[in-house]
Design a protein around this ligand. Sequence first.
Ligand SMILES: [Zn+2]
Length: 349
Amino acid sequence: MSRPDILKGRFYNDGASEFLEAELHHIGEALYVVEKGTDQKIHVQLESVADRLGNVPRKIYFTGDSVFECVDNEAVDGFFKSETHFFSRLTKAEGSWKFVILATIATFVCLIGLYRYGLPVVAQVAANATPAAVVQTMDASTRETVDKLLFSESSLSDERKAELRQIFDELVEISGQTNPPMTLNFRDGGRLGANAIALPGGTIILTDQLEALADNDDELAGVLAHEIGHVERKHSLRQLYRALGMAFMIGVIGGDSGQVVEDVVANAALLDTFSYSRAFETESDIHSVEVMMKAGRDPLAFVDLLDKILKARNINPEKDDTGWLSSHPGNKDRRESVKAHIEQIKAAQ
Ligand SMILES: [Zn+2]
């Protein structure tokens, strides 16, 4: 269809209820309304063209509340069907598969970007904004749950507990971690075995099995300093908010968020609290190295203990890249990066 240069119709200027018999002209990309019987051109800026609806006169909207009305639908289609006109380009694009695929990819890229870069930021802000009282409640209920499901009473002697508490207090003091206040708890690890966990409200739990696996106190001290790092950087809270954010996104994409969110909240309280991203593990490792060096203790010792945990679980530490509780960095990488960090601190001294 060739492009007609003129549309005949009615023009309602600037929201007026009275119309003028007029013509719509285009000169290049510019649109002008010319009142019938005059040659005065009114320059108009296209906003949109109404969809075709039977034989209802088509409305062409311009900025500033002006409307042009034309009964000849064919002519309106032809008038705007130009290869160069943005309006027609967009209409065409919407119909093309390439455009649909590109738009879908762009949407996914945005979501992935949001997940990778947006979510951690939001999670950190949320973690910092979470009131201490809420965190304490989370701690208490998680402790209750793990005591019911996983742990039983520690069989360490009171003397041994006191020794370890003294080391712990010293590490806490060096860390400068006062809010939330840190407490060290001892439990029999049950099926969790040799392990140490940190809850967001400052509760650290050390299992009897981990104590038994350690050959010296520096190994345990390094793990404790690492766990203090998790609390100080609010890793469990941030992890929880990330999990919630992700569940929300899955829900939005899948069209149902209720159940997913419930599931994640239920599981996050227990398991996600204990498994951190590699980035969080590395942060805590660095924290451990710094605190241990300030304490005059061996900063590399805790990696030996982690090796022993893996061996106890029949995982080869040299090959392992699933790591301690599956999300901890592979121990070989870990040893290298801990060593590198020790060298870095020594060089800076
Ligand atoms: Zn950790």
